[in-house]
Design a protein around this ligand. Sequence first.
Ligand code: SF4
Length: 367
Amino acid sequence: MATSALEIPDIRFRDAALAPIWAKVQAGTRLDEADGLALFETTDLLNLGRMADFAARRVSGDRVYYVLNLHVNPTNICVLSCAFCDFAAKEGDDHAYVMSVEDILARIHPDVNEVHVVGGHHPDLPFEWYEDLLRTIQKERPKVQVKAFTAPEIDFFAKRWKLSIDEVFDRLAVVGHVSLTGGGAEVFSERVRRILFRGKIPAERWLEIHEMAHARGLRSTATMLYGHVETLAERVTHMARLREAQDRSGGFTCFIPLQYQLGRTQLVARPVSPLDDLRVLAVSRLVLDNIPHIKAYWVMSGEATAAIGLNFGADDMDGTIGEERIAHAADADSPLGIAREHMENLIRDAGKQPVERDAVYGGMEAH
Ligand code: SF4
């Protein structure tokens, strides 16, 4: 990652455990898992943020990225029943839905640059339906880049329609698939998987599918769902495993911590605090030294916390999301769709420079 002459802040730590970690950060030395745990456990939050902001500025300077995008969730019908999920429905449920290709197309405003497509594991929607969706977007909205499907969805398509993962990717490539999405990782912990998402692919398979995508030249993002039953050590291990995968394949563009939304699933007594959201962003930036961008995903954390997160290591705010049903099925407390101007104002108010990007961090334009 690019290093420029950067003013090194003079930090007076309240937590002595942070001083040796700060020395490593300044030297560009990789943090180990014990360092990551110490960062999660510290109460010296403001200085944690200053360290993370330094690390973010070393990668992106003052730039904070956003994209004019639309999130589309074509169906909520899903064969799985993850314990944290408020979105999924079974066929026949009152709230079960499948959008039509025409309906999705009608929602894609001509200004949109990226369409982000993820949904339930529908048992009967043919793979050809998804190909037709991407083909139609490619034809009718040629400037749109389609970032689509989680690794568990790719695995599901392969198993359900008796295809290899390469065949799935081959067929999607023809219809304009440029990036895999980062969802479905949850937390890389077999203990948590057994409790919350037993039916979903394990960490090894998630990483394998992303690395296969990277080997083909596709980019992808990566997520971590936090704030449920995971331990701090499991969060750190998740990041360490991602970092190892990135060393091997290099295709992750961005890391997106996702706050668990209590919704109706109520796995814990209360949601994580905004301070914990900031802590996760900061630790992500400091531990994931080889993933270029860290996203403050305002749909989940709320706009205020995401804006403050821009000084806690985040350098991306996602986009002007027009339609996002998954977080809102769990009543995420954020308005649907932030206008471009509002997004840019949030970024400027954080002392940063807004830069409009495309789905794979190309085509950048400072505003
Ligand atoms: S999280 Fe995804 S895979 Fe799990 S039940 Fe919800 S929609 Fe299905």
